[in-house]
Design a protein around this ligand. Structure first.
Ligand code: 5GP
Ligand code: MN
Length: 345
């Protein structure tokens, strides 16, 4: 199967960017998920395989606990914890690789560091509407994950033979998490060709699934039950559902990062549901509400994320944020649903 993505010119440019660079920094979006962390660590492993000795992964903030097992997480440098060190790494870099995000604002507070960085910039991503102000922009929104994209790049550059099991584990995890365990956005046959190649590296896919999805604390499971049982608002006639989670509830259920990952997908199990919206108070910043949207059954949530929630994302999985109280956010969500009523009916 031909999984090559780059034309000759892009391939040549990518090769020369890597060859010319000695100090490489890899970064990904705020609240990094399995794909952001997986693709970052896999790209680092590949660059090291090519003999690069100074490759660092810098992330804006914490990633969920259930990704801690991934090989290489110990060396990740977090901007929220060590801003001066991250600044220094960017200052020293001659190549910055931006993975799994389309616009530099997606790195949140780390944006100033990225913006002022003099190094050449390489963007590798699968979101719609990427920034193109880069030395090389490798944007493929058709792909299910940045990790899938990375595999194809490594494959096309002839790096598969030497790929380590650790690198394969990271790629698999990114592909798995961005498709909800291969349940959405995952019908392209190329995905399973790649999975078969990763399995040939002796990764244990069932074990990776368990580490990611069967890793909740009892508090987290109860919290999820509480949200579905007590907090879910369903607008039956518009096939839409939304819920809002407060800081107080997060305290009550001893919330840690990752506990609510994927809860927004649960209402989609309702027959015929077209839209699910999650609203969650930020644990640190006041008056900040984090928004996640999921869609299906012919409705696409991305325009709603742009129009109502200062965000964006993929056609059926988007996000954003609101600077208001959680009560106001609920009203905005309801307004958004009503504004799209013709498509949701
Ligand atoms: P999640 O709901 O999993 O946090 O995010 C779903 C998708 O929406 C992800 O692909 C993510 O990149 C995108 N997304 C989340 N938050 C934002 C945001 O604030 N702005 C934009 N443009 N995209 C976002
Ligand atoms: Mn992704």
């Amino acid at each position: 199967m031909n999984i090559n993505l780059l034309d000759e010119q892009q391939l040549e440019k990518l090769r020369s960017l890597i060859a010319e660079s000695e100090h490489i920094v890899i970064c990904a979006h705020k609240s990094p998920d399995g794909d952001a962390v997986g693709s970052s660590l896999a790209w680092k492993a590949y660059l090291q395989q090519l003999g690069k000795t100074d490759v660092k992964v810098c992330l804006p903030d914490a990633f969920p606990d259930f990704l801690q097992w991934m090989p290489g997480t110990q060396e990740i440098v977090r901007y929220d914890k060590r801003p001066a060190l991250v600044q220094q790494i960017f200052d020293n870099a001659d190549l910055v690789c931006c993975l799994d995000f389309n616009q530099i604002t997606r790195v949140d507070d780390m944006c100033t560091v990225l913006e002022s960085c003099k190094a050449k910039r390489l963007l590798i991503d699968h979101h719609l509407e990427p920034d193109t102000n880069n030395e090389l922009t490798l944007s493929f929104p058709k792909l299910s994950s940045t990790s899938e994209l990375l595999f194809s790049l490594i494959w096309q550059m002839g790096g598969y033979e030497d790929m380590t099991k650790a690198c394969a584990q990271c790629i698999y995890c990114g592909m798995m998490t961005d498709t909800g365990g291969f349940t959405y956005n995952s019908t392209r046959p190329e995905i399973y060709f790649i999975v078969s190649q990763l399995l040939s590296k002796r990764i244990d896919k069932d074990n990776i699934y368990n580490r990611v999805y069967h890793n909740y604390s009892s508090n987290a499971i109860k919290f999820r039950g509480h949200i579905i049982c007590n907090k879910l608002n369903i607008v039956e006639e518009l096939h839409a559902a939304y819920f809002a989670v407060t800081k107080e509830e997060m305290r009550q259920f001893k919330f840690i990062k990752g506990d609510l990952e994927g809860v927004v997908n649960i209402p989609q199990q309702i027959k015929g549901l077209k839209l699910s919206i999650s609203l969650r108070e930020d644990t640190e910043k006041p008056n900040l509400v984090l928004v996640s949207l999921r869609s299906g059954n012919g409705f696409h949530c991305q325009p709603m994320a742009v129009q109502f929630f200062n965000g964006g994302g993929h056609a059926d999985a988007s996000g954003g944020k609101l600077h208001c109280s959680i009560q106001e956010a609920e009203q905005i969500a309801l307004n958004a649903i009503l504004a799209f009523k013709d498509q949701l009916k």
